[in-house]
Design a protein around this ligand. Structure first.
Ligand SMILES: Cc1cc2nc3c(=O)[nH]c(=O)nc-3n(C[C@H](O)[C@H](O)[C@H](O)COP(=O)(O)O)c2cc1C
Length: 188
């Protein structure tokens, strides 16, 4: 299947990146998939300018042309979109939010309905606001099928930050989700 992965953390190989990697390993262990990965922190994507040009049916698409062009193409083509996002100040990272705002240019039920989203959320205290966004907008409105994987990156006893690599059970869940979605959604 066609897969688009959006890495929203500035920390390469942090917990959200690592979970996305284990998920993809599970997916790739079952069939052949075309995977396109985007690291938001390394991309040149201008924030949405609110020009509303994309809402003019005569000129569909975004008036800005930058690294987002490749995201539009990959998301349109994708059966599965993976979002790997840490929580920053109560919501998704700014890097991710810029990409989400720019999705306005392709936001329609015909683009999103029937796609599967996997949302991987890493957090210290709470993730509900970001999860609520994906449910309200992408599931309830656009008709996306949603799977979530959450990881609290704090040791419950010591209160110290931990990396997901210290939690084989969580890594295993990501691997298994990849395997089961590959079986469910099929390969190329
Ligand atoms: C600037 C900053 C703000 C953060 N804000 C929150 C927050 O509001 N809520 C929360 O639960 N965790 C917050 N965190 C913790 C991260 O979400 C957490 O460390 C996460 O596991 C990092 O994921 P990563 O390893 O993929 O980068 C914040 C971390 C940073 C650096």
């Amino acid at each position: 299947m066609n897969v688009a992965v959006i890495h929203g953390s500035p920390r390469k190989a942090g917990s959200s990146d690592t979970l996305a990697r284990w998920f993809l390993d599970g997916l790739n262990s079952r069939g052949v998939h075309r995977v396109t990965e985007f690291f938001a922190n390394e991309m040149s994507v201008r924030p949405c300018q609110g020009c509303e040009a994309c809402n003019d049916p005569a000129h569909p698409g975004c008036s800005i042309h930058d690294d987002m062009d490749a995201v539009y193409e990959a998301v349109r083509r994708a059966n599965l979109v993976v979002w790997a996002i840490p929580m920053y100040w109560g919501y998704m990272t700014a890097q991710t939010k810029i990409l989400v705002d720019r999705m306005e240019a392709i936001a329609s039920r015909s683009v999103f309905r029937g796609k599967t989203f996997v949302v991987i959320l890493t957090y210290r205290h709470h993730y509900e606001s970001t999860l609520a966004f994906f449910k309200r907008v992408f599931v309830d409105y656009f008709g996306v099928n949603l799977h979530t994987l959450t990881f609290r990156s704090v040791d419950a006893t010591s209160g110290q930050d931990i990396h997901v690599r210290t939690r084989p059970d969580v890594l295993e869940s990501a691997l298994n989700l990849g395997r089961s979605l590959a079986a469910e959604l099929g390969s190329l």
